[in-house]
Design a protein around this ligand. Structure first.
Ligand code: NOJ
Length: 737
């Protein structure tokens, strides 16, 4: 009997006589039995992920790849979904290969699968962890019903440079908010755990520090201090890993001179040894191949060896593992044990998903038909969308009456169905999205006449639509003006050097505003834009990001007051692109701003302050804060500090306020940020109602990367701030003993 067969039988026998009590151990035994039967080629197959193509009928597979699946040389496929199609591919793997190892199917389900929710940056503006989790729960339900086992999300990259178009895919600039959202999203995707038919594996990306691309240019180098990495960029990945994320994706960038995909420091020391990550790591697309242009590998073999040795388990699309690993093992440059380690991690997930019990369990056409875009999913999409809207300015214009005589809806994004679902819109069908114009028409009274004009294109120089827009503006009682970016101006490979409104849109805004009519700008964008001129002249502005399938209805809910806006910016809005990177938790510097003194830290041509700070967002009501009261003036190790404020709704409408808690460590062994978010709560209040809001702070919340690199606290004085954004706060002080 061949040695491997004997070994497999032996393991199985052991298993049968003495079955391990715990599920993970049982899975490990099965993995080992299977591993013992596998040839090197089959093992390397498990480490290889390839994309499906697209044609008019949907996802489709080249004959060559199908042949590879039949040979057992493919472990996973991405961009493949629908019950029928995944079933067809799975059949090749489980009926035509020697060992019948099922395939994994992955896809970029980033903000919804069929029912599209707001872009992640928009969802982050809701500061509503429950709503975000529920959105991803629905995304998982839909994706899993279409044969998918795995989403390439959440993206948890901190981003402080809006030139970087992928800011749209993350949760903004702050590690605390980013970490809480990262956890919520992992919970949302993975639900009650892998193997449940309505959950998919999460893939935390892009590990690591991808959001700090120099000059905001996508794929560019990242170089930062270890302190910055550990305090700001690492926490959301760590939070997602600790929330149980099944997989991690590397990033395209180099970090401190080493491409992430070849970084033993990132993939093994930090991810495995420190964060105790136990799932598998996949490359971002062809990043194994990209080790050559990065200039750390000269050929296929050295690239594959570097990546595997660093700790990369699965090669997406490059095919380098497949072409180079056999020879690397034969020559002894790569050990069989290293290959086995990665194969084990991948097989474990296939067992956990239940694919060995039934490889078709996710590819169920009936479930697919009954799960996609259910009415309750659309309701949830509308709810999350309206919670994501941020009211930036309102000089008594909003909410609009539903009974206006004539209302003009103008702008290149006013009736732009395709744009509503934003970038990375998975299998979202843009033809089903609701435009702003439709949302407005559905909301107003039958007597209101709604006029529409495009006004301009998003991104060209033509002013030929201006006159028509002006004509209808003059006939109207109020104007809703939808301007901003098209969906393709943010997302991957969509960096911009300017944050201004593209094309002639600012001219359009000026023209319409000069009519003297009440104007509400509905801004759509995947990033903060520089909108100083607009902010000075236009009386009302709503930031609506790209809100997804229900965009038009959600915006109308806010415009006409059916929903009182509660969103808060998860990212700072600069006044000028020259201020970037600008974020609220900056350092004080040795020469903090003094407008009367030249040699202080500032610009000659623009204020230091942002146009709109992190955490900012207005409501149709107003809130008043009391000064924070602390439970103790000195916090000892092991104790908890309670911070209490009274919040009163001082306006005439019911509303939700996102109460934010920040701290400042006044003196440390290293310089500390002027503010750091440490807590937030969404509080709903009726007019005149008052509630006490309590936050608890412990030593753990105050840890930072000290001068010796260790994490911990230092005794000293702290300030605590509470308020409705990072600029408008009330403070108290305590000592950390
Ligand atoms: C490249 C992107 O960077 C990544 O986020 C995505 O998951 C993969 N392509 C697969 O589509």
């Amino acid at each position: 009997m061949p040695k491997h067969l004997f070994l497999a039988l032996f393991i199985l026998l052991l298993n049968a006589c003495n079955p391990p009590a715990n599920r993970q151990d049982r899975i490990d035994l099965k993995v080992d039995s299977l591993l013992a039967l596998m040839t090197l080629e089959e093992k390397i197959g498990q480490l290889s992920l390839y994309t499906s193509d697209w044609d008019v009928t949907g996802p489709t597979m080249r004959e060559g790849y199908k042949e590879e699946i039949r040979k057992g040389r493919v472990g996973a496929i991405f961009n493949a979904f629908t019950a029928r199609y995944t079933r067809e591919l799975q059949r090749l793997a489980v009926e035509e290969t020697r060992l019948k190892i099922p395939l994994l199917f992955g896809y970029d389900v980033v903000h919804g699968h069929r029912t599209i929710f707001p872009i992640p940056l928009g969802q982050a503006a809701s500061w509503d962890l429950k709503a975000i989790e529920e959105a991803d729960r629905i995304a998982a339900e839909e994706a899993a019903a279409e044969g998918l086992h795995w989403t390439f999300a959440p993206m948890v990259d901190i981003a402080r440079d809006p030139r970087w178009g992928r800011m749209a895919e993350g949760s903004g600039e702050d590690p605390y908010l980013g970490s809480r959202i990262a956890e919520a999203r992992v919970r949302g995707f993975q639900g009650q755990g892998l193997g449940q038919l309505n959950s998919v594996m999460a893939c935390v990306k892009h590990f690591a520090a991808y959001g700090a691309a120099q000059a905001g240019r996508d794929y560019h180098s990242v170089d930062m201090s270890e302190r910055m990495f550990r305090e700001v960029y690492l926490p959301p990945y760590a939070a997602a890993v600790h929330a149980g994320a099944a997989t991690v994706m590397t990033s395209f960038n180099d970090y401190d001179g080493v491409p992430a995909t070849a970084s033993k420091y990132l993939l093994t020391e930090v991810l495995r040894n420190e964060l105790k990550f136990e799932g598998f790591v996949v490359s971002d697309y062809t990043s194994v191949m990209e080790l050559i242009p990065h200039g750390v590998a000269s050929d296929t073999a050295s690239a594959a060896a570097l990546a595997l040795q660093a700790g990369l388990d699965m090669d997406m699309q490059a095919g380098f593992y497949q072409s180079a690993l056999p020879q690397l093992v034969a020559s002894g440059k790569i050990s069989k044990e290293l290959i086995d380690q990665s194969v084990r991690r991948i097989l474990r997930k296939k067992f956990e998903l239940g694919l060995f019990d039934d490889p078709y369990r996710y590819s169920d056409t009936i479930r697919e038909r009954t799960t996609i875009m259910k009415p309750e999913y659309l309701d949830k999409a509308r709810e999350v969308a309206r919670k994501s809207i941020v009211l930036l300015k309102n000089e008594s214009v909003l909410p609009l009456s539903k009974n206006l005589g004539t209302l003009a809806v103008i702008g290149p994004l006013a009736d732009a169905r395709r744009e509503m679902i934003g970038s990375w819109s998975a299998a979202g069908d843009w033809t089903k999205s609701v435009t702003l114009l439709e949302g407005v028409r559905a909301a107003v009274s039958p007597a209101t006449k709604v006029l529409y004009a495009k006004g301009s294109n998003v991104n060209d120089d033509s002013t030929s639509y201006f006159q028509q827009a002006l004509r209808i503006a003059r006939q109207s009682d109020a104007i809703i003006l939808a301007v901003g970016e098209s969906a393709s101006l943010s997302g991957e490979a969509a960096s911009r050097s300017s944050l201004d409104l593209p094309g002639v849109q600012q001219q359009l805004v000026d023209l319409i505003q000069q009519t003297g009519k009440p104007v509400v700008v509905v801004l759509m964008s995947g990033r903060p834009l520089t909108i100083n001129a607009m902010a000075q002249r236009v009386p009302a502005i709503l930031e609506t990001w790209f809100l997804g399938t229900q965009a038009g209805h959600a915006i109308a809910d806010v415009l006409f007051g059916d929903y009182n806006p509660s969103g808060k910016l998860p990212v700072t809005f600069p006044r000028s692109v020259g201020q970037v990177p600008i974020y609220y938790s900056m350092k004080n510097t040795g020469r903090p701003l003094d407008v009367n003194s030249k040699y202080t830290s500032k610009y000659l041509d623009v204020d230091n302050s942002p146009l709109y700070p992190f955490g900012y967002g207005l409501s149709y009501t107003t809130f008043a804060y009391s000064d924070p009261v602390l439970s103790t003036a000195s916090l000892r190790a092991g104790d908890t500090l309670a911070v209490r404020v009274n919040l009163t709704n001082t306006g005439s409408r019911e509303g939700v306020e996102v109460v934010q808690l920040y701290v400042r460590d006044l003196v440390g062994s290293v310089t500390r940020p002027v503010m750091e978010l440490k807590g937030f709560q969404r509080v709903s209040l009726k007019p005149g109602e008052r509630k006490e809001v309590t936050f608890f702070l412990t030593y753990k919340d105050l840890e930072f990367c000290r001068i010796d690199g260790s994490f911990g606290t230092e005794p000293g004085q702290y300030l605590v701030f509470v308020g409705g954004d990072s600029r408008d706060v009330r403070q108290a002080a305590f000592d950390l003993l």
